[in-house]
Design a protein around this ligand. Structure first.
Ligand code: ZN
Length: 144
């Protein structure tokens, strides 16, 4: 990895962009689809897009494993959006619906939801189960 630039996977078209580190916080756009690389919203990932975001982003990936029937997940959803606004562009926030993406849930041994996993360099750095507040999530992420 070149410290002068970072690879970022576009949340819209999945293209890999190389963005100068100095321009990271200047709302960079995707070179391919020209949409914003950071939208202040978590990216919904699927079995096909998860690995690309995990392996090709040079910024850490914070994933919320959730399901539509899970009350605490719904409670935490707005907090997770707030966290996206707080942590972008230093982190990429994403969501995985464990109902539709059961293989990802199994791969990461998700036993209760919501579960948050922080990935750095494609590897799990930390995880936390249970709903919590935006401030607590941001503090937890920054501590790892
Ligand atoms: Zn794009």
């Amino acid at each position: 990895m070149n410290s002068d630039s970072l690879h970022l996977v576009c949340p819209h078209c999945q293209a890999i962009n190389r963005v100068p580190t100095s321009r990271l916080d200047q709302q960079p756009n995707c070179g391919q689809c020209h949409r914003a690389l950071f939208t202040g919203q978590p990216v919904e990932l699927t079995g096909t897009t998860f690995a690309r975001h995990l392996e090709r982003n040079d910024i850490p990936l914070l994933v919320d494993f959730w399901a539509p029937w899970c009350g605490p997940c719904k409670t935490m959803a707005p907090a997770f959006v707030q966290v996206a606004a707080m942590l972008e562009p230093q982190f990429r926030l994403a969501k995985v619906n464990t109902d539709t993406e059961q293989s990802l849930g199994a791969q990461y041994h998700i036993r209760s939801i919501p579960t948050l996993i922080l990935f750095r360099g494609g590897r799990e750095a930390a995880r936390q189960a249970g709903a919590t507040t935006a401030q607590d999530i941001a503090r937890w992420v920054r501590s790892h």
